[in-house]
Design a protein around this ligand. Structure first.
Ligand code: NAI
Ligand code: MG
Length: 372
């Protein structure tokens, strides 16, 4: 029997509260589906700083490199706001992403029918929405050189300064994230729409050519289309259901993934994954985490919505372990509790519902799993 190794890093604030519900879900799959997980737990962020004086211990980093997948809750909190930049809780998360070389950031935007009225768009535009944005995460304009602010004495330049950032992509960087997108598409709707600005940027021309090359040579079975990113932004709010997987660079992906997220409602519902190169066992390096932060305003009150973290684990089942059936089961269980009207505080809209705490939501999801 395959045993899947997981490193759980609950982190700070509501991180441990939502992760406790994921632990229950893991236990359910072990007891009811015969799956075997080797779970270890460690500290990240402020919790790691409190114990080790830094936001990620070297031993924890080594563990993260060795496991099949890392699940992270959230990091940060007001207690750590005055810390030196290099010691801040966020640095723990950034170190994980950097040293694991997680170049593909996955942000699904999925609209559960029961929450369609939460969207800022009309129900008929978003109902049934299920798209996945794959954003390149480790290169592009946020990292390219040269960069900086310097003096510029061009005649007529009032103020005498210039700010520079460089959009730079190598073909290798484009190909590897394109492969991730095509692999993911094969596990979903088998369609990829790649977005850049090849009309005005050379890096966009290279992006388009390299994505097409990977498609033609390695994934001819996946349907590929290209779109200028500004049109992509319009299409996302006009008719988002036309997309399956959207592949885009770091900058456009930052903006488009946040816009797409809001098509579906609460921050407490949004999962994410960051994937790197395949390991020896063929699985990609992987870190799964909810999009939300540590929510200090509701910490310790049983108010946190555990669904973002639970759906992150569903992504782990699907994308790290190829357990698509189990991932579907878990997503269906979430859909069921929402259809039953169960609502953590963040999901309480004008139409009401049955208020539940963090752990009640987890219990009801287990019950919905058992009822399938
Ligand atoms: P946040 O995401 O923690 O909270 C924003 C708002 O959404 C708050 O009102 C919060 O109560 C609510 N919220 C968030 N997650 C929720 C959930 N699961 N259920 C119900 N309500 C939820 O962002 P904020 O307030 O800007 O940052 C708080 C701390 O978290 C800061 O220290 C920040 O640096 C850190 N942070 C960490 C992230 C991470 O670990 N990846 C991401 C974003 C922020
Ligand atoms: Mg952003």
């Amino acid at each position: 029997m395959t045993t899947y190794s997981l490193l759980i890093l609950p982190g700070d604030g509501i991180g441990p509260e939502v992760m406790a519900e994921v632990r229950k879900v893991i236990g359910w799959f072990e007891n009811n589906r015969g799956l075997s997980f080797d779970v270890s737990e460690d500290l990240v962020g402020g919790a790691a700083y409190d114990k080790h004086g830094k936001p990620l211990a070297d031993e924890t980093m080594a563990k993260a490199q060795a496991v099949d997948a890392v699940l992270l809750g959230a990091v940060g909190g007001p207690k750590y706001d005055e810390l030196d930049f290099s010691l801040k809780p966020e640095r723990g998360l950034l170190r994980l992403r950097k040293e694991m070389d997680l170049f593909a950031n996955l942000r699904p935007a999925q609209c559960f029918d029961a929450l369609a009225d939460f969207s800022s768009l009309k129900r008929e535009v978003v109902a049934g929405l299920d798209i996945l944005i794959v954003r390149e995460l480790t290169s592009g304009v946020y990292f390219g050189e040269p960069r900086g602010i310097s003096a510029d004495d061009t005649p007529g330049n009032e103020g005498g300064r210039v700010g520079v950032n460089t959009q730079r992509y190598t073909s290798g960087e484009i190909r590897r994230v394109a492969r991730s997108a095509f692999e993911l598409a094969r596990k979903r709707g088998n369609r990829v729409c790649s977005m850049e600005k090849a009309n005005v940027m050379e890096s966009g021309i290279l992006w388009r050519e390299e994505v097409q090359w990977v498609h033609d040579n390695e994934y001819p079975d996946v349907a590929l289309s290209h779109m200028y990113a500004d049109n992509g932004a319009m299409q996302l709010v006009r008719n988002p259901r036309q997309f399956d997987v959207i592949l885009t660079d770091n900058l456009f992906g930052d903006v488009l993934s946040d816009a797409a997220a809001m098509l579906t409602g609460s921050l407490g519902m949004l999962p994410s994954a960051s994937l790197g190169a395949p390991m020896a066992n063929g699985r990609p390096k992987a870190l799964y985490e909810p999009v939300h932060g540590s929510a200090p305003d509701i910490t310790g009150q049983g108010k946190a919505n555990p669904i973002a973290c639970i759906l992150s684990f569903a992504m782990c089942l699907r994308y790290s372990f190829d357990l698509g059936v189990e991932a579907d089961m878990l997503e269906k269980a979430v859909e069921q509790v929402l259809a039953d009207g169960l609502r953590t505080a963040d999901l309480m809209g004008p139409e009401g519902g049955t208020p539940v705490s963090t752990s009640e939501m987890g219990d009801r999801i287990l019950a919905a799993l058992s009822a399938q």
